[in-house]
Design a protein around this ligand. Sequence first.
Ligand SMILES: [Zn+2]
Length: 427
Amino acid sequence: MSKDERLRGYYNEQLETLTWEEKKQVMEDQLQQAVLFAFEEAPAMREKFKAAGMGPDDIRSLEDLQSLGITPKAQMRQLQQASPPFGGFLGVDPGRLRRIYSSPGAIFDPEGHQADYWRLQGVFFNTGFRPDDRVLNTFSYHLTPGGLMCDEALTGIGCTVVPGGVGNTDTQVQLMAELELTGYVGVPSFLLALIERAEQNGRDFRREFHLQIAVTAGEMLTDASRSRLEEEYDLHVRQFLATADVGAIGYECGEKNGMHFADHRIIEVVDPETGKQLGPGQVGEVVVTLLENPVYPLIRFGTGDLSYYEETPCPCGRTSPRLMKLVGRVDQVTKVRGMFIHPSQVEEVIAAFPEIQTAQAVVGREQDRDTLTFRAVLAQPSKPEGLATSIQETIRNLLKLRADVAFVSEEELQESEKRILDIRKWD
Ligand SMILES: [Zn+2]
């Protein structure tokens, strides 16, 4: 199959190409039903509403959601232990579930009997899988939902799945070759490990294997890994984002310019302190509300992932906004002048300048205003002209903040293992 064919079409043309305003209307109608169901059937959700002094009628729009508190993933274990097994968030009797998983952190995740329960079918079609693909699925098939979640979505769109699971590298290489598999689902590093094993065994991966498409999740797909897979092995590589709690969150389309919000859920990017929705380009926590889920009516589930979105039109024609990248986890952020910054963003600035050996962002406070100073240690003692200015511009682009730049020696860095040092004192 050509790469062009993988880019053609939409899984759900009617839904994906509605204008964003029209789509919001659809989501708001579904939201009202989801809220009503959660309030009536899930005791923990009902308590949330009561705590906020609200009833189901108070949430009619996406904006109204902001009045309701977030349920953080980090609290889920505790909530489930206090009210087993699902913390009061389940909308049906546990006996009505299809499966129960246990994901990292010992959190129980329910799965209902509905077709395409995790809403990954559209995600896999839109990332490029087609019914003729024979796919090696290397996510785990036990305890956590990853393997079965992907399996059912792929078979749902008509693919043939080889349930590879985790490990067994040699066997999986053999399956890939002998069954002439065309697709891969899993973490990017395991695909690279499979290719390397094939090459160690004297195989020419590009000529002797039939792999065309790799769709990855679960760990960062670095630019280097992606270009290696694309250029050296001529693969069509896309990413998606999903969790064991809520299933699909986002996916890359043909344009590879961020992850479109998945359908049948509401995605918000919010200020982790206040829960207020943030605008395009602002880093915040990804919060998910499930729509059309009559089993696990999560309203405002905090994933703990930090990201930011853009809503500029995508040339692919899909109208949903796009999560641009995962920045890190919410427990590692520092708030500076209303913006959240994460150590990985400081790493990005460092990586953009070969002249910088190491650096640290220092957050201070002067006259009731946050200050941000980027303290850089140069690899060479001589300071190239204009370097401070171009570092400032990069920081403005990546962190959306104005910073001072200071060049220091390595000894002058305090707690140099920290990428962000917060020296503000609050009285
Ligand atoms: Zn697109």
